[in-house]
Write a protein that binds this ligand. Structure first.
Ligand SMILES: [Zn+2]
Length: 463
């Protein structure tokens, strides 16, 4: 078999209010260490876990959104291992029967198959004062212990690090639409596996962040190629990714699943998702990115590009829908190109700004009525994103709305032509630069309040 095969195991913290098996709060990760804990998430003898139904709802939603077959009857298992991040020496997870299986996500028209999606508890976090590989000791913070996670396991269907990154982008969009993921509050943790040309599979453990996943896979692919090129065989092993040197390093020869000694969790009853429960979950499913994109193309006549940009971000899609009434084409252009570009350039998320549908609608109407130049419209959007001043307010305050009457404008154009007769004759002989020069002068005279298209029309008449 030729080529690169990549599979991912993605761990996502669910944004429930309380932990998976106790009522400790999940929020406030900045709280003092070991203050959001109880006997259950500390694994004290005799404590009994109680399942958080909301976490099951969230996991079912993710499974539905990713086209999985659902298991409506499932149970939990203990995955036994000895490590200080789990006080009770086992993690409660799902092994034999996951919430969902055999799903897929569509990435650029290609199906990436999902083997399974299951629920489990997050272990505690270990704090290494001077880096994981140098510290003489580790501190343990159990605030994270017991936060609900879903683990998604893909088939090795991705063929390049870039494709793996796009899969993660698609996944994140879906999680955001479902509202099950606390953006910014938690990081996606990914175990990546990669093989080349049908060789042994190497796992790169615990990579955090999308850019790091792409980089780790790129580095591992390169390493395997050079091992093969030197005539050696790839060994099955587990590696880590070192961000600083952008390379992977050997952690251990791979252990097998059986090493964990899974047993059924005796303290939790079997979960049965009956039809009433399932229909309430289904009723709560939002419109997802792909159907939204298709609807935007159908309903508003948008190009596929504009529709994808808008649908790929829940917030942008919402702003667009609120402004489309004013004028769908102008709204699509302002939101998918200008606004998205400004956010991107300044590395700001829409949710961090004061930008809303009302403010953008006002701008759409001004653009539609030719009351603002493209340059000033963009300027007002920048102010809106960075300073929270609505475009209309900004344009009014700074006298940037086009309100020069036609007769006044004609006078100003004639005057400018008179003062710049040589530029005007160059324009008459077809010089584009001279045309722009004269328009620029008129715009300056009118303090940007004239419509450049109208100025050009008048010049055309005077020619
Ligand atoms: Zn607790």
């Amino acid at each position: 078999m030729k080529g690169t095969m990549i599979g991912l195991e993605v761990h996502v913290q669910l944004s429930t209010d309380s932990k998976l098996f106790c009522s400790c709060p999940t929020k406030g990760s900045d709280a003092e260490p070991n203050t959001r804990v109880c006997e259950i998430c500390l694994g004290m003898p005799g404590s009994k876990p109680v399942l958080n139904k909301k976490a099951v709802d969230f996991a079912l939603k993710v499974a539905l959104a990713l086209n999985c077959e659902l298991n409506t009857e499932f149970f939990f298992s203990r995955k036994t291992y000895f490590y200080p991040d789990l006080a009770k020496d086992f993690q409660i997870t799902q092994y034999e029967v996951p919430v969902g299986k055999n799903g897929f996500a569509e990435v650029d028209g290609k199906k990436i198959r999902l083997r399974r999606i299951h629920l489990e508890e997050d272990p505690a976090s270990l704090v290494h004062e001077s880096g994981a590989r140098k510290s003489a000791y580790s501190l343990v913070d159990y605030n994270r212990s017991g936060i609900p996670l879903i683990e998604l396991v893909t088939e090795p269907d991705m063929q390049s690090p870039a494709e793996a990154r796009r899969f993660l982008d698609t996944l994140l969009t879906t999680l955001n639409y479902l509202g099950v993921y606390a953006h910014g509050a938690s990081v996606l943790k990914v175990d990546c596996n990669l093989s080349i040309d049908g060789g042994s599979r190497v796992e790169v453990k615990n990579v955090t962040g999308f850019r790091a996943v792409e980089a780790a896979l790129g580095a591992e692919e390169k390493r395997q190629r050079s091992v093969v090129d030197s005539g050696k065989k790839i060994e099955m092993e587990t590696r880590g990714f070192d961000e600083a040197s952008q390379s992977t390093y050997l952690m251990r020869k791979k252990e097998t699943e059986e090493d964990y000694g899974y047993i059924t969790e005796p303290d939790l009853p079997k979960v049965v998702v009956d039809s009433k429960w399932l229909s309430s979950v289904k009723a709560g499913m939002p419109e997802l990115a792909d159907s939204k994109k298709k609807r935007f193309m159908r309903e508003f006549g948008l190009s596929e590009y504009d529709a994808s940009v808008l649908a790929s971000d829940k917030g942008l899609a919402q702003v667009f829908e609120e402004t489309a009434k004013a004028d769908a084409k102008i709204a699509a252009r302002l939101v998918s190109r200008e606004l998205a570009g400004i956010l991107n350039y300044n590395r700001v998320k829409l949710g961090e700004t004061k930008v809303n549908g009302k403010g953008i609608s006002e701008l759409v109407l001004l653009v539609k009525g030719s009351k603002v130049s493209d340059k000033n419209a963009k300027e007002s959007l920048i102010k809106y994103v960075l300073e929270g001043i609505s475009p209309k307010e900004f344009l009014e305050k700074n006298n940037l709305l086009i309100d020069v009457s036609s007769s006044d404008l004609e006078g100003i154009v004639k005057e400018t032509v008179k003062e710049n007769s040589s530029a005007f004759s160059e324009y008459k002989s077809g010089n584009e630069k001279s045309l722009n020069f004269i328009i620029g002068l008129v715009m300056r005279k009118t303090k940007g309040k004239a419509n450049p298209k109208q100025v050009q029309e008048i010049l055309g008449r005077l020619r």
